[in-house]
Design a protein around this ligand. Structure first.
Ligand code: DUC
Ligand code: ZN
Ligand code: ZN
Length: 477
C-alpha cells in the first residue's frame, strides 16, 4: 500500500514566509509530509516539479460570478466558467458576493447564491455578503446569524443608489462588525460628487466611455476613504478598503495605518496595468475598461506598485466583474453609443491576476516571491478567516497548489482564457511565468493549459471570525 495519494518532488516551495526546496506528500486532499526526500515508490502518483515553483493556490477574495444585477445586464460567468477560469490561472479558492437587494432579506440572497454555486463551482468557495439595507431585521437577526454560520465578511457601498449606505447606517453596520467579529469591506467613493459630475458631463454632451473616468475622480475616492476611516476609528473596528485605485486614497490609508488604526487595503490588476487612456479607445471600445473606481494614470500605477511593496496593501484581488462587450446584456445593454452612466461596471481578470503580478512584480524585481504569495494567497485567507486551511503550504493544510513555471513566456489573448467574456483588457500583453499544473485538495484540476477536474467538485467554505477583524485592544494573538 502507498503512503501517499500524491507526491510532488524537487520543487521550490514558496510560502508567505519562506522559499525552500522540499517534497510534498498528500493524503486525502491534505498535505501530510514535507521532507527533503520522500522515498521513491511511496506514492501512487508523482509529479516532478524540478525547475518549478510550488505555490499555495491563489485565493481571489474579490470576484463576481452570476451576481444578480437589477438593471437587465447579466454577468457572463456563472460559477462553472468563473471557477474554471480562476483555476486555469492558478487560483484555488474564490470569495464572490451574495448581494442583498434593498428591501429584501439578506438570508434569502445567501440561499439564492448557494443555489447558483452548488454543482457548478470547480474550486472551493466562500461568500462575502453585501449589505445594502441594514434594516432592524438584518441588523438584529439576519446578519449576526449569518456571521455565526460562517459568512464572516461583508461589503458595503458608499456609492450606487441601489446599494449605498449613509454615514449613520455605516456606523450601525461597523458597530455590528465589531461586536460580532466580521470584516467590513468598503467601496469608498463619494456618491454625491459622482452624481453631480455626471450630471454636468451629460448636460455638456460628454457621455462617451472615457468621461466615466472624469465622473469619478480621485477626490471622490479620497474623500470617501477618509470618511470611512474616521467612522471606523469612531467605532474602533478594523476595515478593509477594496479596489484602491491610486495615490490619493493610498495617502489616506497610509495616514490611518501610521496612526495605528487597523485599516487594510486591497488593490487589483486594473490599477497597475490600465490607465484612463484605455477608456479613450475608438468608438465604444473604451467601455471594455469601464470599472469603478476607474483606472488612473502612469504616476498612480507607480504609487500602487509602491503600496504593494511597502505594505500599505495586504490583498491583491481581481475584482473580476464579467460583462461581455458585444452583448445586449453586457456592455452594450443600452446600445453601442450608450452614455457611460448606463454601461455595466467591471472588467474580467480572474485568470490573469496571478500571472500579471508575478511577471511584472516578481519578475521585474518590484516585489519578492514571498510578498507575492502573501498578497495573492496567504493574506486574503487570513483576513477572511480561511487560514491556515487555505493560503499556505503546511502540514494539515488543504493541498491546494499551483505548480508554477517561472520561465514560461505567454502572450495573453482572449482565446486562451476560460472565462465566458468576449474580450480581455490585457490582449497582447506578454508575461513570463504561468501555472503549469493546479491542484485542489490533492486533485489535479489543471494540466497542459486546460481544465482537467471534475464538474461541480468545489466545496463551500465556512469562514472563521478573522483575527485581523479584532478591534484594537481586544487582540489576544
Ligand atoms: N465595485 C466592485 O467591487 N466591482 C465591480 C464594480 C464596482 O463598483
Ligand atoms: Zn466595489
Ligand atoms: Zn467588485
Amino acid at each position: 500500500m502507498s503512503d501517499f495519494d500524491l507526491v510532488i518532488r524537487n520543487g521550490k516551495v514558496a510560502t508567505a514566509a519562506d522559499v525552500f526546496s522540499c517534497d510534498l506528500g498528500i493524503v486525502d486532499g491534505r498535505i501530510v509530509a514535507m521532507a527533503e526526500g520522500i522515498a521513491l515508490g511511496a506514492s501512487r502518483h508523482e509529479i516532478d516539479a524540478a525547475g518549478k515553483l510550488v505555490l499555495p493556490g491563489g485565493v481571489d477574495a474579490h470576484c463576481h460570478f452570476d451576481q444578480p444585477t437589477g438593471d437587465g445586464s447579466q454577468m457572463a460567468d456563472d460559477f462553472r466558467s468563473g471557477t474554471v477560469s480562476a483555476a486555469c490561472g492558478g487560483t484555488t479558492t474564490v470569495i464572490p458576493f451574495a448581494c442583498q437587494v434593498k428591501g429584501a432579506s439578506l438570508r434569502a440572497a445567501v440561499e439564492d447564491y448557494h443555489r447558483r454555486a452548488e454543482g457548478k463551482a470547480v474550486i472551493d468557495y466562500a461568500f462575502h455578503l453585501i449589505v445594502s439595507d441594514p434594516s432592524d431585521q438584518v441588523l438584529g437577526q439576519e446578519l449576526p446569524a449569518l456571521i455565526r454560520d460562517g459568512y464572516t465578511s461583508f461589503k458595503i457601498y458608499m456609492t450606487y443608489d441601489d446599494l449605498k449606505l449613509d454615514d449613520r447606517q455605516i456606523l450601525d453596520v461597523l458597530a455590528l462588525a465589531r461586536r460580532d467579529g466580521a470584516m467590513a469591506m468598503i467601496h469608498a467613493e463619494n456618491s454625491d460628487c459622482i452624481a453631480w459630475l455626471t450630471e454636468k458631463l451629460e448636460l455638456a454632451g460628454q457621455t462617451a466611455p472615457h468621461f466615466h473616468a472624469l465622473s469619478r475622480p480621485q477626490i471622490a475616492e479620497r474623500e470617501a476613504t477618509h470618511r470611512v476611516i474616521s467612522l471606523a476609528e469612531l467605532v474602533d473596528v478594523p476595515i478593509l478598503i477594496v479596489h484602491v485605485s491610486g495615490r490619493e486614497a493610498i495617502e489616506q490609508i497610509r495616514w490611518a495605518q501610521g496612526r495605528g488604526l487597523r485599516v487594510y487595503a486591497e488593490t487589483c490588476p486594473q490599477y497597475l496595468f490600465l490607465t484612463a487612456e484605455d477608456l479613450h479607445l475608438d468608438g465604444f471600445e473604451g467601455a471594455k475598461c469601464i470599472c469603478s473606481p476607474p483606472p488612473r494614470d502612469a504616476a498612480n500605477q507607480e504609487a500602487v506598485w509602491d503600496g504593494l511593496e511597502n505594505g500599505v496593501f495586504q490583498v491583491f484581488s481581481s475584482d473580476h466583474a464579467p460583462f461581455r462587450f458585444k452583448d445586449p446584456k453586457g456592455k452594450m445593454l443600452r446600445g453601442a453609443e450608450a452614455p457611460f452612466r448606463h454601461v455595466p461596471n467591471g472588467i474580467p481578470g480572474v485568470e490573469t491576476r496571478l500571472a500579471l503580478l508575478f511577471s511584472e512584480g516578481v519578475g521585474k524585481g518590484r516585489i519578492t516571491l514571498t510578498r507575492f504569495v502573501e498578497l495573492t494567497s496567504a493574506n486574503p485567507a487570513r483576513i477572511y478567516g480561511l487560514y491556515p486551511r487555505k493560503g499556505t503550504i503546511a502540514i494539515g493544510a488543504d493541498a491546494d497548489l499551483a505548480i508554477w513555471d517561472p520561465e514560461r513566456e505567454v502572450t495573453i489573448t482572449n482565446g486562451m482564457l476560460h472565462h465566458n467574456v468576449d474580450y480581455t483588457p490585457y490582449e497582447g500583453r506578454k508575461v513570463k511565468g504561468w501555472p503549469e499544473t493546479v491542484i485542489s485538495r490533492g486533485e489535479i484540476i489543471v494540466e497542459g493549459g486546460g481544465f482537467a477536474g471534475g464538474a461541480g467538485r468545489g466545496r463551500f467554505l465556512k469562514c472563521d471570525s478573522p483575527v485581523p477583524a479584532r478591534p484594537k485592544g481586544r487582540s489576544e494573538e
